[in-house]
Design a protein around this ligand. Structure first.
Ligand code: MSP
Length: 583
């Protein structure tokens, strides 16, 4: 813990004997008196600062941290893309934001995976963490920290958190008997398991009813977290925060589960079983349970243990934890319970998404139906994959991954809609600059096609915002494409490419008007698509010569920018044909 001790300016024994006085500042009986004095002065100063100053914090978004027992697949890619789109949306709106991702490296699962290939766990983790980091980089994830649970500041934070739980009287030792699933890294009760016959071997085995994964009986001494004590507080919290988990039906599932009562949680494993993890402070015979270790990563990256006055500086409490549906219990129950025990602020929202399946079967390595995200990106291009995941990825339900569908969506939306629009407004017969200057007439507003287009030009930014607020990035993307589609319908009716040939004054006027409207759609779509398809959006905005300081959300307003399109080139092919299943 030496780094932590240095950071806080503590002597090692000063971590003992703390009692809580606020969510940030433990009152430690054994802290040096000068540290205590400084701490409380700073805390008082912070707590008397105006509430607006305290409220200012970056929006903090997190991905789950990925187990390094195996290589990433497109399920992991989806979580990364979702989180990244939310982070970029914040930035687009001019709100400071932080995004955290990383790897979950301790625990039985990783210990066994390393042992299986005969590689020391440290090296095994270094190798796989590098692969996940490479994926995050390749996907263009705009993360602010890539945390590894083997990072020293994280180990320190976990041990500090543990001590605080102990000081608050939430940890006790007792014998634990139960069924452990290494694959799920969790204990199950008798009611949560059942016997099945393995179709491959004909042998009977005990598996979790929920995940179907094998469990093994264990009986051991370990530490427990008195989670049951927190049941009433948790229920109060859920009731006061109906948006805590989205979609709502998953919130209902959690609240129903907690309403039935909570058991205490086993939070350590004997070293005889699990060595690969963070040692329990002052008891080297026990290793911290991997989920407690993992969840605390969100706090570590927020600067925990907090310096007084800096509690919110790195974003805590998290605004959005993006997670898959299989890890809701850990984030929706254990995590708030742990935080409540220490009176720490709770995250604002969990977005629990569905899973990607392949031929309607959950992707799993053993079934051999896992899609390698690096190959998918190489084959279709990064922005195409980001687009597909954002458009088709299931939040409420599972989604079936299909190469054919990627190719179809590419053709329909990217080539025929978006690419074609950029091509159509860039036709060499037009002068976009002149259209922007001269096309602002209301003379044509009565035609139904134009009315529909004008309405969407005015409303789309607000509609997209509403979808983001409702945590539907697929809805947001669809709104942008509705604007594009209506623009094509309008273009097909006006046919500026024919009018331009006639070259009468009236025709020139209507061409200018039409091209101005279409250029506005293209410019606004370019701005709004940035969170989804950063490279292609950049290509569009560069092509339209939109000034770099006019690419934020506040510029996605119909008619606001009059300066773009200077020296624009004609004819662009943004979305070349891609390989489909038939080739
Ligand atoms: N290490 C834990 C998370 C700890 S967070 C404090 C873990 N890791 S994981 O690697 O197994 O999964 C990481 C994320 O990927 C989870 O949100 C999980 O739901 C998600 N997915 C795993 N398979 C998936 C699909 N097939 N489809 C979509 N997401 C999937 O859980």
């Amino acid at each position: 813990m030496s780094n932590l001790i240095n950071r806080l300016g503590l002597r090692s024994r000063s971590l003992l004997g703390c009692t809580r006085t606020s969510w940030s500042t433990p009152k430690c009986s054994t802290l040096s008196s000068s540290f205590q004095h400084k701490t409380f002065q700073a805390y008082r100063a912070a707590s008397t600062t105006s509430s607006t100053a305290l409220d200012k914090k970056p929006t903090f978004i997190t991905t789950p941290i990925f187990y390094v027992n195996a290589e990433p697949h497109v399920g992991h890619l989806f979580t990364l893309v979702l989180s990244d789109v939310y982070k970029r949306w914040e930035t687009l709106n001019g709100r400071p934001a932080r995004l955290l991702t990383g790897t979950d490296e301790h625990g039985m699962k990783v210990q066994q995976a390393a042992a299986k290939v005969g590689i020391p766990a440290e090296i095994f983790c270094d190798d796989l963490a590098a692969v996940f980091k490479k994926l995050a980089n390749e996907v263009g994830v705009d993360y602010d920290r890539f945390i590894r649970t083997t990072d020293q500041d994280h180990k320190d934070a976990v041990q500090f958190f543990w001590k605080r739980l102990q000081d608050e009287g939430y940890i006790y030792q007792s014998k634990h008997t139960g069924w452990y699933s290494v694959a799920d890294e969790t204990f199950y009760t008798e009611q949560q398991i059942h016997e099945v016959v393995n179709p491959a071997t004909g042998l009977k085995e005990m598996v979790s009813k929920e995940s179907g994964r094998i469990v093994e009986y264990t009986s051991e001494m370990n530490y427990h977290f008195a989670m049951s004590k927190l049941q009433p507080k948790l229920m109060d919290f859920y009731k006061a925060n109906p948006d805590f988990i989205t979609p709502y039906f998953r919130y209902k599932e959690v609240i129903d589960e907690v309403a039935q009562g909570l058991e205490d949680l086993s939070i350590s494993r004997p070293v005889s079983r699990l060595t690969w993890g963070i040692p329990v402070p002052e008891d080297n015979s026990q290793t911290v349970y991997v989920w407690v270790d993992a969840l605390i990563n969100y706090l570590t990256a927020s600067g925990y243990p907090f310096h007084p006055g800096k509690e919110r500086a790195l974003g805590w409490p998290a605004d959005l934890h993006v997670i898959g549906k299989d890890i809701i219990r850990f984030h929706g129950i254990y995590w708030p319970a742990l935080l409540l025990a220490l009176d720490l602020p709770l995250p604002k929202q969990l977005l629990a998404h569905g899973h990607w399946t392949m031929n309607r079967k959950k992707m799993s390595k053993s079934d051999g139906n896992v899609v390698n995200p690096f190959f998918a990106i190489k084959r279709f291009g990064l922005d195409t994959i980001r687009f597909y995941m954002a458009m088709d990825g299931g939040v409420d339900y599972d989604a079936d991954y299909s190469n054919e569908m990627i190719a179809t969506k590419y053709k329909t939306y990217l080539q025929n809609q978006l690419g074609n629009l950029v091509g159509r407004v860039s036709f060499k017969g037009y002068d976009i600059r002149r259209s922007i200057e001269n096309g602002r007439t209301e003379a044509y507003h009565d035609s139904p096609a134009e009315k529909a287009l004008l309405e969407l030009l005015e409303k789309t930014p607000e509609l997209v915002t509403r979808e983001f607020d409702n945590r539907s990035i697929s809805g947001a993307l669809k709104k942008i494409f509705e604007l594009i589609s209506v623009t094509h319908q309008y273009l097909t009716i006006i046919q500026p490419w024919s009018l331009v040939k006639k070259d009468t004054e009236a025709d020139r006027e209507s061409v200018d008007h039409c091209i101005w409207l279409c250029a506005e759609t293209t410019r606004m779509a370019g701005i709004l698509l940035q969170p989804f398809m950063p490279d292609k959006a950049l290509e569009i905005l560069d092509h339209l010569k939109v000034a770099e300081d006019r690419r934020t959300f506040e510029w996605a307003v119909f008619g606001k920018d009059r300066e773009y399109a200077n020296g624009i080139k004609h004819r662009v092919k943004m979305f070349p044909p891609i390989m489909t299943e038939d080739h």
